[in-house]
Write a protein that binds this ligand. Structure first.
Ligand code: CU
Length: 168
C-alpha cells in the first residue's frame, strides 16, 4: 500500500479532535486527560492514565499520590517478559524531562489505584491527588471509561488476548 498524505492528514485531525478531555497545570507541568477504566466486580486494582508534559527547564518526577477510592496509590511501569505482562513500581518516581512529555497508558507507565474500595463504573469520575517532586500536589479528576478502553475518549476498544488483566 502506498503512502497517502491525505489519509495521514485525516488521522492527525482526528487525533487532535479527540484529545484532552481535561488539562491541569501545576508549575511548569501540564497533566492532560486523566482517565481510568471501569473494573470488573471484585477487582482490587485499577490503572490510571494521562499525559504529563514538562514545559519548564528542570526535570520533575511523579513520585506518588492518593485517592479516596483506593487504600494506596503507586506509580508503575509495565513490560513484556516472555509474552507475560509484568508491572512494578517505578523506582525513584517517573521522570518527566524538561521540554518532553511522558504518556501513561495501558501496557506502559500508569498509576495504580491499589485496594479499591468499590468497583469503578464507566462514566464516573475519581478524585485523586498526584504528588510531584518539584511541582508538589496536584488535584485531578480521572474520567472512568468503559472496560477495554485503550486510549482517548473515542478510541476503539481493543480486547486483550488471553487473560483479562483488571486495571490494565
Ligand atoms: Cu500497575
Amino acid at each position: 500500500m502506498r503512502f497517502n498524505p491525505f489519509a495521514a492528514a485525516g488521522l492527525v485531525a482526528l487525533a487532535v479532535a479527540t484529545a484532552h478531555a481535561a488539562d491541569y497545570k501545576a508549575g511548569s507541568l501540564v497533566i492532560a486527560d486523566p482517565w481510568s477504566r471501569a473494573t470488573p466486580k471484585g477487582a482490587s486494582v485499577a490503572g490510571g492514565y494521562m499525559k504529563i508534559t514538562n514545559n519548564g527547564s528542570a526535570p520533575d518526577r511523579l513520585i506518588g499520590g492518593s485517592s479516596d477510592v483506593a487504600s494506596s496509590f503507586e506509580v508503575h511501569e509495565m513490560s513484556m517478559t516472555g509474552g507475560v505482562a509484568k508491572m512494578r513500581p517505578v523506582k525513584g518516581g517517573l521522570e518527566i524531562k524538561p521540554g518532553q512529555s511522558v504518556e501513561l497508558k495501558p501496557g506502559s507507565y500508569h498509576v495504580m489505584f491499589m485496594g479499591l474500595k468499590k468497583p469503578l463504573g464507566a462514566g464516573e469520575h475519581i478524585k485523586a491527588t498526584l504528588v510531584f517532586e518539584k511541582a508538589g500536589k496536584v488535584d485531578v479528576d480521572y474520567d472512568v471509561r468503559a472496560m477495554g478502553a485503550t486510549g482517548g475518549k473515542d478510541a476503539p476498544a481493543m480486547p486483550m488476548p488471553g487473560m483479562p488483566m483488571p486495571g490494565h
